[in-house]
Design a binder for this molecule. Structure first.
Ligand code: NAP
Length: 487
């Protein structure tokens, strides 16, 4: 099937929606935003720039929906979520195609993301029933202390473009399982995946106003979210700078907030590691989504005696990664989200070269400005931009270290603390290093750490709050304590 036919088929799908979804209605607005395909530059569709009145309607309807939804039994809420999960499975291919069209990632990765996104819906459908409170021995005879867990209220989410579906389900499924309603603002580069989820919410029979998707001006929407009195919780995934701004705004109403922000993940290879396993893990942890994940490795630290062997094993594997349009099943690397993202990678390479690093680029066809060939940098030092900032692209920056203490110090030499990885076969070392690294998530002898059963989130400038696992639903629950006296 030609590319044009694929686009035509996706656009004709009932899941491809060019309207916003609020109060159970599909709505237009006067202005629109064009959305392009990063692989070709062609405009694939338009979404509304929602108005203040529409935002107000979204929050009001979310408030009405919350007042009813919170009284559904946990089992009923789980059933609604499960119906949505089944629809995600039924429509997996279309959801994945919409994602590749607007985000660019290889179709196999989009299918992987849809399954990952659906896994949160299933997880929280089950977790709804486990929002337990507790009974505490009281201080006085005859008294009872009861601790209840209650839904926090109307919630709002702002999500990024690199995982257009899973960043939404990871928040929304937890919120709905807890008994909350939600208004979501997806990234302007990838709104169609979000609107497709809204279509599935409608098909699953979710009550009007329970799940709303609004598109448009990020600042305007963020202001509305932080100023509307019904909104009790904001969940944000994106850059640290935006998260900081949002946190300041949320302070006005003392809204609860959770922030999943940028990372700068280290990947340490010790001399006792299985080098081939480490190189396999490095490919998964560095090149998934063409390097555009917040848990992507940014800095490789390799013990001097195994440095050359590791770099060679990495290079050999990168040679096996063709790059191109995500709809071609051969391609493992795809375009970056836009040309500014490519410019940032180039800046990191040039800065490192100027400061003494050596660059080895595995040349691939670069049909337009959004494509950049994978590169390995060796001789990297901490003063280089690539060690200080998240690259978000297919650039593997490698430094040497001599001993364990130095490796831990280098890994922690960053304001960020989202993910970290290390490879070692020495059990004592594994415990020491795991204790020493400042990060919310650590992959030990693995390059893939994300799954619905595990608490995802960071420390330091990578934010706070957790998504997935039991902790994910806690973010949407308030604790209420009741003291029963003797009367
Ligand atoms: P971004 O600019 O912060 O955008 C993320 C979201 O915030 C988008 O929906 C964006 O809307 C919105 N936004 C932009 N300016 C805003 C403002 N002033 N107030 C409120 N919302 C605003 O981040 P990005 O560059 O697109 O995303 C990549 C970053 O996200 C990376 O740093 C990555 O590490 C991080 N990330 C973190 C995680 C995690 O779980 N920790 C996961 C994925 C990504 P528009 O699109 O309309 O501008």
């Amino acid at each position: 099937m030609s590319h044009t036919d694929i686009v035509r088929r996706i656009r004709a799908s009932e899941l491809f929606c060019e309207q916003i979804y609020l109060a159970g209605q599909w709505q237009d607005s006067e202005q629109t935003i064009a959305v392009d395909n990063p692989a070709t530059g062609e405009i694939i569709g338009h979404v509304p720039v929602c108005s203040d009145a529409q935002l107000a309607q979204a929050f009001e309807s979310a408030e009405s929906a919350f007042k009813q939804w919170r009284d559904y039994t946990a089992e009923e809420r789980g059933r609604y979520l499960y119906a949505f999960f089944e629809l995600m499975q039924t429509h997996e291919q279309t959801l994945a195609e919409i994602m590749t069209l607007e985000q660019g990632k290889p179709l196999a990765e989009s299918i992987g993301e849809i399954r990952y996104a659906a896994s949160f819906v299933k997880w929280f459908a089950e977790e709804a029933r486990r929002a337990y409170g507790r009974v505490i021995p009281a201080a006085q005879p005859g008294e009872q202390i009861i601790v209840k867990r209650e839904p926090i209220g109307v919630t709002a989410a702002i999500t990024p473009w690199n995982f257009p579906s899973s960043m939404i389900t990871r928040k929304a499924a937890a919120a709905l399982a807890a008994g909350c309603s939600m208004v979501v603002k997806p990234a302007s580069a990838t709104p169609f995946s979000a609107l497709a989820l809204a279509k599935l919410a409608e098909k699953a029979g979710w009550p009007a106003g329970l799940f709303n998707v609004v598109t448009g001006n990020a600042r305007q929407i963020a202001s509305a979210m932080t100023q509307h009195p019904a909104v009790r919780k904001i969940s944000f995934t994106g850059s640290t700078a935006t998260g900081q701004a949002l946190m300041r705004q949320a302070a006005d109403q003392v809204q609860k907030i959770s922030l999943e922000l940028g990372g700068n993940a280290p990947f340490i290879v010790f001399d006792d590691a299985d080098i081939n396993a480490a190189a396999d893990g490095a490919i998964a942890a560095k090149f998934r989504n063409t390097g555009q994940t917040c848990v992507c490795v940014n800095r490789f630290y390799v013990q001097r005696s195994v440095h050359d062997a590791f770099v060679e094993a990495l290079r050999a594997r990168i040679e096996q990664l063709p790059m191109g349009d995500g709809f071609n099943p051969e391609n493992k690397l795809a375009p970056l989200i836009n040309s500014q993202a490519v410019e940032k990678v180039r800046e990191h390479i040039e800065d490192a070269k100027r400061k003494g690093a050596t660059a080895y680029t595995i040349n691939r066809p670069e049909p337009r400005a959004n494509f950049i060939s994978p590169t390995i940098l060796t001789g990297v030092t901490q003063s280089m931009l690539v060690c200080q900032e998240e690259t978000f692209g297919p650039l593997a920056a490698v430094s040497c270290f001599d001993d364990e203490a130095e490796a831990i110090a280098l890994a922690n030499d960053t304001p960020f603390g989202l993910a970290a990885y290390f490879y070692s076969e020495n059990t004592h070392r594994i415990w020491r290093v795991a204790d020493g690294i400042e990060a919310g998530m650590i992959g030990i002898n693995t390059g893939l750490i994300s799954n619905a059963a595990a608490p995802f989130g960071g420390v330091k400038a990578s934010g706070f709050g957790r998504e997935g696992a039991r902790e994910g639903i806690d973010e949407y629950l308030e604790t209420k304590y009741l003291l029963f006296g003797r009367g």
